[in-house]
Design a protein around this ligand. Structure first.
Ligand code: MG
Length: 444
């Protein structure tokens, strides 16, 4: 016996061809063209987003720039620009936040909204979302399009938003669920890949509707607990909550970089580590958070160690060191963070050739007004040295001033002297499943 169909009202909003659309919005000359956004502009750079025009012509995400150009002659390419995408996402999400107080930033271009009790039914929710989409078009950019899915669970809402692209709006409810599932391929939903597909086909199920109607026992015999979950999801039961963006803060923030030989030759290891630490620190400060601990990984290049072709290889699989620094009190200023990172590097690194660097800030917290007061009242007096105390205060205000300059004039406007020699080492990257750093305006 299955529990009843979920009575919630969930929407999934997915921006279409997001990075490419943002680039086309920013530069009218790119509009209507087959555009590929690449990780970096090189023959073997990877296409991480393709415009709607490019997709129609056969360009796929994951192709190298060379393959993409061969497949779609006349296509144009640009290098990805994460700050631009984060800024646009922040504006789009601000509009969506007006629909409900419970919204999850699922990735840089996707959000789940819990609209239960905010709208009477899916039709009213569809009306509100269509208006929000028009506002995104008018207030953020006419080239931005999104697909909307409305259903009673997260899983079905995401399935719905995948059905019509670009600019679709699909409602799945208990009346049309069977019809929708009958028309879908097994791999069309989140969570079923080629391996699960093969096993389902061996069991004799060819469409999702057949899987939905399959006895739970049969699915559990083959897939265990996952079989039960799959059956529940297809039958419209919810067991995942929409995680509110305001409580959806990261547990750790980090940056890593695979270090090329050139950086070793030019003696820029320390400076590169400083930049990684500054990047992580800046993102953390943007979220109003502070870190109690910092960890660093340094991978050494081992002579004669060859990466096995086509295998997944971790940069630390060769040789390396990993260590953690505990600050004692939560910190967020550049001096403490960069100082902590360098102190460790100088202790552990004996000028070996480095091939990998990573910095992670963790044990994160957000000071509330009360905690600040407590910090001042109880933590400071324990640092007996009053000179140290004043120095700490000064460092903090210098760090804050540096941040304001960067916010206004860009990341390169002010930096530690030893970082001046850096050119394009450790570039900014964007994670597909990470949205920290996006919701700056919403969190204040
Ligand atoms: Mg998308």
């Amino acid at each position: 016996m299955l529990p009843p169909f979920s009575k919630k009202l969930i929407a999934h909003v997915d921006m279409n061809s997001y990075f490419a659309s943002v680039e086309q919005q920013a530069n009218p000359f790119l509009r209507g063209k087959a555009l590929g956004v690449c990780s970096y502009l090189h023959e073997y750079g990877c296409v991480i987003a393709a415009s709607i025009e490019a997709k129609r012509a056969g360009m796929k995400v994951g192709m190298t720039m060379k393959e993409a150009r061969e497949r779609v002659p006349g296509s144009v390419f640009v290098q990805n620009d994460p700050p631009k995408y984060r800024a646009v996402t922040s504006r789009v999400f601000t509009i969506l936040h007006e629909l409900t107080d419970s919204m999850e930033h699922y990735s840089i271009d996707e959000a789940f909204l819990d609209l239960t009790n905010w709208y009477r039914d899916s039709a009213e929710a569809a009306w509100a979302l269509t208006r929000a989409r028009a506002r995104i078009r008018d207030e953020v950019g006419e080239w931005l399009r999104c697909s909307i899915g409305i259903a009673s669970t997260r899983f079905l809402a995401k399935t719905a938003s995948d059905l019509e692209k670009p600019n679709g709006l699909v409602i799945i409810d208990k009346y049309n669920l069977d019809e929708v599932l009958a028309g879908l391929d097994l791999e069309d939903v989140c969570g079923i890949g080629s391996r699960i597909r093969k096993r389902l086909e061996r069991m004799g199920y060819k469409t999702l509707l057949e899987v939905k109607r399959a006895p739970i026992g049969n699915l559990m015999r083959v897939f265990g607990k996952q079989g039960l979950y799959l059956s529940c999801k297809l039958n419209g039961m919810e067991f995942e909550k929409v995680v509110n963006a305001r409580s959806n803060l990261p547990k750790s923030i980090g940056h890593s970089y695979c270090v090329p030989d050139r950086v070793n030759r030019e003696g820029k290891i320390e400076a590169t580590l400083m930049r990684l630490t500054e990047r992580a620190g800046r993102r953390m400060r943007n979220l109003g958070m502070r870190a109690l601990q910092l960890s660093i990984s340094v991978g050494f290049r081992v002579p004669g160690f060859v990466v096995p072709r086509g295998s997944f290889w971790s940069p630390l699989a060769g040789q390396g060191v990993f260590a953690t620094k505990h600050f004692g009190v939560p910190v967020d200023d550049s001096f403490s963070l960069v100082g902590g990172a360098l102190e460790f590097l100088r202790k552990e690194w004996k000028e070996e050739l480095v091939n990998f660097l990573a910095v992670t800030l963790f044990d994160l917290s957000r000071p509330t007004g009360q905690l600040c007061f407590l910090d001042q009242a109880f933590t400071y007096p324990t640092w007996n040295d009053s000179v140290n105390d004043r120095l700490g205060d000064k460092r903090h205000s210098v760090s804050e001033a540096m941040e304001m300059i960067r916010n206004r004039y860009g990341e390169q406007a002010i930096m530690f002297g030893s970082m001046v020699s850096l050119s394009n080492e450790a570039p900014d990257r964007i994670g597909f499943r990470k949205t920290e750093g996006v919701d700056v305006t919403l969190l204040q």
